[in-house]
Design a protein around this ligand. Sequence first.
Ligand SMILES: [Zn+2]
Length: 155
Amino acid sequence: MTSLKIGFDQGEVDYLVKPSHLSIRASVIHQIRTYCCERFPLEGYGILAGQAMEISHFFPIPCQTNGACTFAFDPRVYLETLKRMRNDQLDWIGIVHSHPLTNAFPSARDLKNWHFSDKSCWIFSWKDSDYQLSAYYIHQNKVIPIMYEIIGTTY
Ligand SMILES: [Zn+2]
């Protein structure tokens, strides 16, 4: 616990100890895709949670505005989701949102509106007919790609 505390006290150290490799269940990707397709042409948002850096849960979160890349979560659903994660002992690992018409890279608005520096930022895009899911850390306007592994199958 002591070393963790040092990390939180010093921003740079905290950043350096972040895992650069995450895993996500194939069933979660399927849920993200289904939800984001339903939201089209609007963006879809959700929280990604799990344990030991393995994402096993997707919780859709409606937004208060229809603007692109706002992360203006509905406060009621947002708080209910945090409570549910706590009850189920799930770690909040990331946030996913969709880019229906642009590529899977953080936009200028994403950088401006991202206030979750300890979470991974996942972007689901199907700009080029096929879908793409990419993950990043965003730290002081810098974008750091994250490798991830897909676990299991939906079939
Ligand atoms: Zn975005």
